[in-house]
Each structure stands twice: as C-alpha cells, then as structure tokens.
Ligand binder design. Structure first.
Ligand code: MG
Length: 373
C-alpha cells in the first residue's frame, strides 16, 4: 500500500503571542519539522506540506517534503494537498496537523492497520475525566461513554477522500467530518496521550520532554588497514599526503574514510563497507573514498539519524599527519555536513611494533556518534 502524507500548517494561531506555534523551536527544529520527520520515519512518502502563503521561508527549511500553499480554511488547505498528490495516485493518505510533533511510528502503524480493513481510520483517546456543563457553576454532568478526543494523523483511501473533499460544502472541523459527510465509515484506533497538539506555551516544554525521552543515541566503531606499496602519496581522510610509498587498494585506499564509513554503518547496524561496495565490483576501482562516506551519510539521513561527531585515529610511523589534520577535519566535516569542531583526527605510532611499526602498512580506527531526535 503506497501511503502519502499531507501536513497541514496553514494556521495562524497565535495563542503563544509570537509566531504561529508550528514554527516555534522544539529541541533545535520547528514543531512542524518534527511532525514531518515523524511521518517520513514511518515510511510515508511523498509528503505534501501545506503552509500559509506568508510562511514559505519557514516551510522551505523542512527537509524531504513538497511545499504547497494553503487556502483560507483548513479544509481548503487539505484539499490543496490532496490535489497536489493526485498525480502520484497513492493508495492511501495520512492527513496530519503540523502542531502535533510527538507522533510515534507505532501510532502511524495503528492507523494504517485500521485503514487496511476500512475506508478510513483515525486515532482518538477515550474521555476519562468527568464532563461538566456550565459557565462558572456546574449545571449538569454529561455522560462520557463512547466519547473520544480526536487526534491526527487521520488515514483515508486516497480516491474516496479526494472525492469527498471536492464534494464538501466547507466548514468541516477535520477530515473525518468530511469523510462522514460523504458516507465513508471511519474506524477509531487507539490514540496516544503523547501525541499532543501544541496549543498553549506549556505544551512546548511537555513536547520537548517527550521527544528527549524518545531520542535514539548510537555510537559505531570502524577499523581499516591497507598495506603500503609502490607510489608517492597516500590518501588519508580525503587529503593527498606526499609519502615515499603508496597503498595497495582497490579504491583510493583511504583508511581513515573507510574506518569512518564503517563506524557510521555500524551505528546504523547496516553491515559494512565491503557489503555496500564489494571490492569485486569494477565500478569502485580507484574510487574516491568520500563516495563511500557520503553513501553512509545518505543511509543515516534516510533512517532519520543525524551524525553529530566523528573521531579518528590514524596508526603509522610515517607519513606524519599533524600538519594535515586541519585539512582532514575540514574534508570530513564537509562530507558529513558537520561543523569542523565536531570532527577529530588524531595520529599515533605503534612504537615500531607490529606491521605499522615495521612500516608495512597503515591502520585507522574511527568512532561515529549518531542521534535520531
Ligand atoms: Mg579499506
């Protein structure tokens, strides 16, 4: 089932007093960016992000989404998103509020499971508090049986919800109301108390705590060795270092970048460099190793991880690395989209012991730290 997403961020709600709540900072990204990342991590693609025409600058900062300007009402904005998806003809669509940044993959799975059995499925939390009626004194108590607090993402088969929105006369509070007006049956799936809608200032700190508790921090290590051979330089951490020997290798033999690539793959638990770039494959002959590093970075991006730190140690008697370390750090920082103060390159000899001590080869160790917010 191909599942597309629509994130609705057209609102100008300013109960915060400043900029609309979906653009407020939450642990280093906007509230809306968290909402988009949550759908992307759950495998939803493509994602259309519907924004207020005045908010194009904010919306452009959200990675991995297609931007569409919204309409004057929520329903018009959703309709714009659905029309933008029509050419993709997805099987289903999840429509989510940009102000719900703590959506979990488990909740997306529950909605999709509900949708596999019906035309529409949406999450909700049963009302457990007593319900009173009255302005300043209690004038009555309402029964709470079969009452639910609706959440998003609300999931629909694509063709019926597009038709329902085209036919609706407007004024609906949400897409379930539009679906029901068209006669679609909507299954309720269990919602999540953590899937809060950021509305009041206090909600931001609660959302921050929820996301911090969910943060996935990983480290991976890598190790690589190449033997010295004939030549006049070695490639180390992407820098050409003059030497009275070269290295024997299928690619450019950059032990630093190979070890670091393996460290990132290790943190992702996605195998090793030899599986992704088999030495038997002629296309990698003489390849510049930053290609391997960039591939590992793209896998991290795809899995929703940010690489936050890299630490390398090169082990050799010669060449001397010190005067090249700054250039090496800059090269790695650029490939990983990191600031150079988050990249460390160190070198050591092995006190003339072993293969590195006999100048037969060079080794590298690397550690990478990855965070999924
Ligand atoms: Mg290697």
């Amino acid at each position: 089932m191909q599942v597309a997403g629509i994130i609705v961020a057209g609102g100008r709600g300013t109960r915060f007093g400043g900029s609309p709540k979906q653009w407020r900072d939450l642990n280093g990204q906007s509230v809306a960016a968290h909402a988009a990342a949550a759908l992307a991590q759950a495998g939803v693609s493509p994602i259309v992000f519907v924004h207020h025409p005045d908010d194009a600058v904010h919306a452009a900062l959200i990675p991995g989404v297609t931007l569409t300007p919204g309409g004057a009402t929520r329903a018009e904005s959703v309709r714009a998103g659905l029309e933008a998806l029509e050419a993709h003809a997805p099987d289903a669509v999840l429509i989510h509020d940009a102000a719900r940044p703590c959506l979990s993959s488990d909740l997306v799975t529950r909605v999709l499971n509900g949708l596999s059995q019906s035309e529409a499925a949406a999450p909700a939390v049963a009302v457990t508090d007593a319900l009173w009626r009255g302005a300043s004194t209690v004038e009555g108590i309402e029964p709470r049986e079969n009452l639910w607090r609706a959440q998003t993402p609300q999931g629909f088969r694509f063709a019926p919800i597009l038709a329902a929105h085209r036919a609706h006369s407007g004024g609906a509070l949400d897409d379930v109301e539009v679906a029901r007006a068209a006669g679609l049956s909507v299954t309720i799936v269990p919602g999540d108390e953590d899937n809060l809608k950021v509305t009041h200032p206090g909600d931001l700190s609660r959302a921050a705590r929820i996301l911090e508790n969910r943060m996935d921090v990983r480290t991976g290590n890598g190790y690589d060795v190449h033997a010295f051979g004939p030549g006049d330089h070695v490639m180390l951490c992407g820098v050409r270092v003059p030497h009275d020997q070269g290295v024997l290798a299928h690619s450019d033999g950059d032990v630093g970048l190979h070890a670091l690539t393996d460290a990132i793959l290790g943190a992702l638990a996605q195998g090793d460099i030899g599986q992704h770039f088999p030495p038997s494959d002629p296309q990698w002959k003489g390849a510049a190793s930053h290609l391997f590093l960039r591939h590992a970075k793209s896998l991290a991006d795809k899995a929703g991880f940010r690489i936050t730190h890299a630490d390398l140690t090169l082990v050799c008697e010669a060449p001397k690395v010190g005067s090249h370390a700054t250039a090496m750090r800059a090269t790695i920082a650029e490939a990983l989209d990191l600031s150079p103060d988050r990249v460390s390159v160190k070198a050591t000899t092995s006190e003339r012991l072993g293969f590195t001590g006999r100048r037969e080869g060079i080794a590298a160790l690397a550690t990478a730290t990855l965070i999924r917010p």
